[in-house]
Ligand binder design. Sequence first.
Ligand code: NDP
Length: 449
Amino acid sequence: MATKMDERLEFVYQEILKRNPGEAEFHQAVREVLESIGPVLTKYPEFRERKIIQRICEPERQIIFRVPWLDDRGEVQINRGFRVQFNSALGPYKGGLRFHPSVYLGIVKFLGFEQIFKNALTGLPIGGGKGGSDFDPKGKSDNEVMRFCQSFMTELWRYIGEYTDVPAGDIGVGGREIGYMFGQFKRLTSKYEAGVLTGKGLDWGGSLVRTEATGYGATFFVAEMLKARSDSFGGKTCTVSGSGNVAIYTVEKIHQLGGKVVACSDSDGVIHDDKGIDLELLKQLKERERRRISDYVGYRKHATYVAGGNIWAVPCQVAMPSATQNEINGKDAATLVKNGCIAVGEGANMPTTPEGIKVFLDAGIAYGPGKAANAGGVATSALEMQQNATRDSWTFEFTEQKLASIMRTIHQNCWETAEEFGSKGNYVVGANAAGFIKVAKAMVAHGLI
Ligand code: NDP
């Protein structure tokens, strides 16, 4: 990442701050992109003349709505729903829904903004969007989650569709929630429009590998970064934060590629298992029984649990943050590097603060930003849309091969673009510049809209 923003872009950034007050995460995401694309504007002056940056930073449409629902005691609860349809230059808006108490417009906009460039990097015809709610699914009964999802969709359905906007999962939204939302969409529209949501169940329009895709894809991306340094996962000690969808399938793929994951976490604490995380136990506790990670040590007596612990203090050679934004700060990054970490691959979106990114880049380790590294999830969602459109379903092996090939291409594209703009080996510049150029060219072609 360039340390200083191009002067012309600093002015644009100040305007964006003024227009979007109080949205710290959105500002952070915008700043990172603007810091990378100075040289792009020199090569393509038409992007500046047509105010592509100002236009790309302004969502095409933002929808905010009330979500009332009844809890199990019969009490009325009210949450807020969001859908930000950020950019449709390359295809229908595409991006997940996040249900977490921290969700507000600034989080949805940061995620939607990142999604534009990530989706462009996949090479597939999808625009960028994101949504969600401040609803907290934790501790809620199945019936409460269903009533919430139905109420959420009762408003959202008018804005989405196979050719318009295709939501998927994110934090707090997995197969169960997608199922309830799809059911309600179908009921409201009287249409079986499979392509309206991705992450569906395998019996009713879902794609094999979608569940695994983000974690597998991030691991493939790190494998490519290691390969570029004539290295591999073989024998490497790894840590993976979180213990949700992305974390679980990151652990699975790292183990398949010969690495050993020794720690993972949730928002309450960290488990450390120096014999390697027991994947089946992790799946049982988190996927099937919806329990806390602390329960792991009840089954693996040699493992330890530290409430409120910091996973980045556990020594590792490869770190894969797979929980949430800003989970690695400058100090954590310095600890990782000091402990011998040589590669970081972001399964989560924006998990490293700008100070942390600087530490990684200055240390010259392989650092794969989320925009590139976790693009496998949305790429496989686009493959699900392809299968829905052709009423087809592909095998696991075929779909995984497609995912692996997409991740290889993203890696190569980031590598070559970074080199083209004078930042060899810097995947932040590579991902931001490559994603931006693709979207910007389409926007120029579409005229002033
Ligand atoms: P899940 O809800 O399945 O899991 C989230 C995990 O992260 C849980 O272990 C959760 O712990 C932990 N976590 C969430 N918020 C916090 C927090 N504030 N502090 C500490 N830990 C936290 O979500 P996913 O696995 O789907 O998503 C994880 C990350 O990956 C997110 O950044 C998401 O945006 C990103 N991502 C996901 C994709 C997907 O396909 N699902 C695609 C691309 C990126 P707890 O249970 O305690 O909350």
